[in-house]
Design a binder for this molecule. Sequence first.
Ligand code: 9YT
Length: 126
Amino acid sequence: MLIRHLESLPNERVTSAETWSSRRLLLKAEGMGFSMHDTIIHARTVTEMHYQNHLEAVYCIEGSGRIEDCVTGEIHEIQPGTLYALDKHDRHVLTADERMRMVCVFNPPIVGPETHDENGVYPLLD
Ligand code: 9YT
């Protein structure tokens, strides 16, 4: 059994970008078949993402904002209790009106250092 706590997560499991900071509680190395992150999206930011190599589910536990589906143009409000699942590798734009805290699950699992390239894509690392 694995027990982890956010407050004792080592620095190498924290990856930050201009608009977010991802605390990676479970990575590929743990062998669960998915990774799980506690991610902060900074207030008043807009982030375009496109996980072409991964499926991601995101569960909002704090803060509010919205997600735009770049293919359909649909916009969905996000608040604590909202989940979105990018089951079609959907290109999307996330807008945070206030600081948001999200639980993010990736399949295949993130290895560790992944961050967005210029198109908002994470590379497929082994
Ligand atoms: C919600 C979202 O996708 N934020 C970007 C960071 C990423 N999900 C991660 O690696 O935690």
